[in-house]
Design a protein around this ligand. Structure first.
Ligand SMILES: Cc1cc2nc3c(=O)[nH]c(=O)nc-3n(C[C@H](O)[C@H](O)[C@H](O)COP(=O)(O)O)c2cc1C
Length: 320
């Protein structure tokens, strides 16, 4: 189940990846997930239009740290010129893979004819992939969904389009657009996609442990991506790999979990500045302490902290 995988000209040490999560899979978190054993980490989606217009915030989203490889950058958009520009930019910033988003169901993205809207326009989708492929020597991938709604599987057709336009792999979120981000993934439909193409299929949706990862691999997928299961649990990659190799995974102790979270807060403050770094960390603190007896107290105290020194104080009190 766990093995090396080749995507285009890139060889990855394993086939268990971090999925893109807007607002979460930024440079500091990606670095922690690579340390947690991920074979490849995916950046949050960036607007190709914003990159074309040199938007500062979007440019910063392309930043890749020295110890942050291999990494896939994801762009969304529907205009070919901006796709070409942003693909080249992501390449220049050091992305190992450039991925096209054709699965995001958020209204604002759909309105711009991007994300899951591209699932309705196969001709445009094909042109977007062909444009991206022409703009770089790095592998291009497509991330899309199994279909629009139950009974309407289109992931296989979209994967074939991606393959014929030169994509090196296709990532399939095995939920329908109508399911947004919840409900059971459709593994039968996923199997259909896996049989439709020769390029690797990277499967995703609801993977939270060894059992759910195994089920995904059993569909014929060559790699699996983990999204929310990695928030607050970046060792999930190592744990699943260990279990696949017959080892007993060692969950982190509360102390080590909090120490790792502190490392993330420190990286966030370094990357975004103290105020923004702490605000970003507040968004995910709940995930890092879920399951612990005194999680409500830890969360309350953390929310009061406004400086890194205060965060360190709160965490050291919780550990002692
Ligand atoms: C908060 C959030 C943000 C997301 N952002 C992105 C994104 O930027 N690009 C993308 O392709 N998918 C995005 N997704 C979808 C995930 O990559 C993934 O396909 C989905 O969460 C299912 O995987 P999971 O069940 O393991 O979380 C997002 C999902 C969530 C919940």
């Amino acid at each position: 189940m766990i093995k090396k995988i080749k995507i285009g000209n890139l060889t990855l040490k394993n086939n268990l990846f971090l999925a893109p999560l807007a607002g979460i899979t930024d440079s500091p978190f990606r670095t922690i997930c690579l340390k947690g054993g991920a074979g490849l980490v995916w950046a949050e989606m960036v607007s190709s239009q914003a990159l074309k217009h040199e938007n500062k915030r979007s440019n910063k989203m392309l930043f890749i740290g020295e110890d942050e490889h291999p990494v896939a950058m994801q762009i969304f958009g529907s205009e070919l010129e901006s796709i070409a520009i942003s693909t080249k930019k992501a390449d220049e910033f050091g992305a190992d893979i450039i991925d096209i988003n054709a699965g995001c169901p958020v209204k604002k993205i759909l309105k711009s004819n991007s994300g899951a809207a591209l699932m309705y326009d196969e001709i445009l989708l094909g042109k977007i992939i062909a444009t991206a492929v022409k703009s770089t020597k790095k592998p291009i991938t497509l991330k899309t969904r199994i279909g629009i709604k139950q009974g309407q599987i289109s992931g296989d057709k979209l994967a074939k389009i991606a393959e014929s336009e030169g994509a090196s792999a296709v990532c399939i979120h095995a939920r329908y657009v109508s399911q947004v981000h919840s409900g059971e993934p459709d593994l039968e439909a996923l199997n259909k996609v896996c049989n439709a193409v020769k390029i690797p299929v990277i499967a995703n949706g609801g993977v939270e442990n060894f059992e759910t990862a195994k089920k995904m691999f059993e569909t014929g997928a060559q790699a699996v991506m983990i999204g929310r299961g990695a928030i607050g649990n970046p060792s999930i990659f190592k744990n699943i790999i260990d279990e696949a190799n017959g080892k007993i995974p060692k969950p982190l102790t509360l102390e080590n979990q909090l120490k790792l979270f502190l490392q993330l807060v420190e990286s966030n403050t370094k990357y975004y500045g103290e105020k923004m770094g702490i605000l970003r960390s507040r968004k995910v603190v709940g995930y890092w302490i879920r399951g612990f007896d005194n999680s409500a107290t830890i969360r309350q105290e953390f929310m009061k902290a406004t400086t890194l020194a205060e965060v360190r104080q709160v965490i050291s009190e919780m550990i002692s």
